[in-house]
Design a protein around this ligand. Structure first.
Ligand code: GLY
Length: 359
């Protein structure tokens, strides 16, 4: 089957995530036409626009385009101001629509511009990276970085999500691996059958085979849709989707400061492995469960430990920015087994020991 639909059930703000293989531009144009916008601004990652923009622009009837330079550095105040200016120049009114074509940076940035332009216009996400298909395009989190990841933002659900797995054909291997980091996180939270499916499909998934990835992306989107449907604004259960992100975001910020290259999904994978170690140390995971979860990450070719030496003191100021912290205390999302999780405050000595562990 080359088409999957996943419903995100949020009452009047419900929408569908459409996954397809080969006819993305036509499907995107169909979904946009159904929303009957007064005008469209296409916000596209500059590299994606070169590779896949032509058919998308033609299908959408050649709307104005705002290009975003690839990379996390575009997701700041300057990048946001450039999009607001493009929205003004495009004359987008309250019935207009932003279409975001690209990965997580474009989705978060264009989504936040849409959330704030004229106090909110609609957005359709057309994610082109595995990471954004699996996670960031679904659920309505938008925002920019400000000396820490996603510190300024808004919940703003899209009106539709359309992803063509054929867009993954041009995705660099490191970006496929990055998406698999979020897919592994989701599988740890969802448990079986997704975890077993991911274990089985690991070699084809690593190779970026779109036919193998399509059902996995659909299952990840379905898990996220169910969680967001129950807890849209992260009052409780949605925090589980931050598994691996407390350490992951701190490592990303440190990598940026040190000039190291660390894709988001790789940082999340290191964070998920770390969470498994913490959970084992607290007795939340037994040894077979810890070994199975880490083996699944290894089979996907994911990094399971920081690629450079790092201490708790290096990370402490970055960890303090975690949005789950309450009254100055960090709370870690930890697995309790495949398909089960909880939040825990973990003593510093346990965190420090897990940071230096490679097993
Ligand atoms: N990426 C986690 C969330 O959307 O809640």
């Amino acid at each position: 089957m080359t088409r999957r639909e996943v419903a995100v059930d949020l009452g009047p703000r419900s929408y569908s995530v459409s996954l397809t293989l080969g006819d993305g531009p036509a499907l995107l144009a169909e979904r946009v036409a159904a929303l009957a916008p007064s005008g469209v601004l296409l916000v596209a990652d500059a590299t994606v626009a070169d590779l896949h923009g032509g058919p998308v622009r033609r299908a959408l009837g050649d709307p104005p385009v705002a290009l975003v330079a690839p990379g996390e550095r575009s997701k700041g105040v300057a990048g946001l101001e450039a999009l607001w200016t493009a929205l003004r120049e495009a004359g987008l009114d309250r019935d207009g629509l932003v279409v975001a074509l690209g990965g997580g940076v474009v989705g978060d940035l264009a989504g936040f511009a849409a959330a704030t332009w004229l106090r909110g216009v609609r957005v359709v996400h057309a994610p082109t990276t595995l990471l954004s298909m699996v996670d960031s395009a679904v659920g309505g989190k938008t925002g920019i970085d400000l000396g820490g990841k996603n510190l300024v933002g808004a919940f703003h659900q899209p009106s539709a999500v359309v992803a063509d797995l054929a867009w993954l054909a041009t995705l660099p291997a490191r970006e496929v691996a990055s998406g698999l980091g979020e897919a592994w996180k989701t599988a740890v939270l969802a448990g079986d059958p997704l975890l077993a499916d991911l274990e089985r499909a690991a070699p084809r998934a690593r190779a970026g085979d779109p036919a193998a990835l399509l059902p996995l992306v659909a299952a990840c989107a379905a898990h996220k849709a169910a969680v967001v449907g129950r807890d849209e604004r992260e009052a409780g259960e949605r925090a589980s989707l931050n598994l691996g992100h407390t350490l992951g975001h701190a490592l990303e910020a440190r990598a940026l400061a040190l000039g190291h290259d660390l894709p988001h999904g790789a940082a999340v994978a290191i964070g998920v492995a770390f969470a498994c170690r913490l959970a084992r140390a607290l007795g939340w995971l037994d040894e077979p469960a810890r070994a199975r979860l880490l083996a699944a990450g290894a089979a996907l070719g994911l990094p399971l430990a920081p690629p450079w030496p790092v201490t708790l003191d290096d990370l402490r100021p970055l960890l303090a920015l975690d949005k789950k912290a309450r009254a100055g205390r960090l709370r870690w999302v930890l697995p309790r087994g495949p398909g089960a999780w909880g939040l825990a405050a973990v003593p510093d000595d346990v965190v420090a020991a897990a940071l230096s562990s490679r097993s």
